[in-house]
Ligand binder design. Structure first.
Ligand SMILES: CC(C)(COP(=O)(O)OP(=O)(O)OC[C@H]1O[C@@H](n2cnc3c(N)ncnc32)[C@H](O)[C@@H]1OP(=O)(O)O)[C@@H](O)C(=O)NCCC(=O)NCCS
Length: 184
């Protein structure tokens, strides 16, 4: 059987001229159930403030814009870096996995993180599956902490906090689990 080919994915710093794209991706009805969208000014702040890294995801043969990612806590004194947001238009083709690998390499490499963490809604089976298979460990649950509207019904969802520690990342590297994480 042929091994699947990893998609071409690269991250480049978001420019203010990308923010119309960022806001439109964030407000896409396919993405809204899984995130809490920001005001444009919050994105502007994240582009400018050194505690954040805001990137456009480019993928495919022509490296088209296909989403964005945000890291927060890049100057955190405890070395705790957060994968604040990842939103892709191009879903289910391995782009998310490639981004998460590149972000881990950035967090534990350039940013010298001790802990790389995120939270994810319990209804987000795809993201949960991706993070677990990329080695993130569940730390705990913030029960019914976010409002959601599903099928026209209002309710609450639980946030699941997941993380990876630097020694766990090093172990994955040693086992060859982080292939393809070269930052383009
Ligand atoms: C979540 C997201 C970033 C994932 O990126 P993606 O490119 O779609 O994901 P990938 O194709 O790289 O991989 C997804 C993995 O989850 C698996 N998956 C998909 N649906 C799943 C489900 N219902 N349950 C468990 N796993 C699932 C896929 O099979 C795939 O694993 P595989 O490589 O072994 O086949 C993307 O779908 C997205 O932007 N979603 C909307 C916004 C969002 O949810 N952001 C994250 C907030 S925490």
């Amino acid at each position: 059987m042929l091994a699947p080919v990893a998609p071409r994915v690269r991250l480049r710093p978001t420019m203010l001229s990308d923010l119309d794209f960022v806001v439109s991706v964030e407000h896409d009805p396919r993405n809204l159930p899984f995130i809490t969208p920001w005001e444009r000014t919050q994105h502007e702040g994240a582009v400018r403030f050194p505690d954040f890294r805001h990137f456009i995801v480019e993928s495919g043969g022509a490296y088209e814009r296909s989403g964005f990612v945000i890291l927060q806590g890049c100057r955190n004194p405890h070395g705790s870096v957060e994968l604040k947001r990842i939103v892709l238009q191009d879903k289910g083709r391995g782009v998310g996995r490639a981004c998460v690998r590149q972000l881990k390499a950035m967090a534990f490499g350039d940013l010298r993180a001790h802990r790389f963490w995120l939270d994810v809604k319990s209804l987000n089976a795809r993201a949960l599956g991706l993070y677990a298979s990329e080695g993130f460990v569940e730390e705990g649950r913030l029960r019914e902490s976010v409002r959601v509207r599903l099928g026209g019904v209002d309710g609450y969802d639980t946030l699941i906090v997941m993380s990876m520690l630097d020694r766990e990342y090093q172990a994955r590297l040693g086992l060859g689990c982080e292939a393809g994480a070269e930052i383009a």
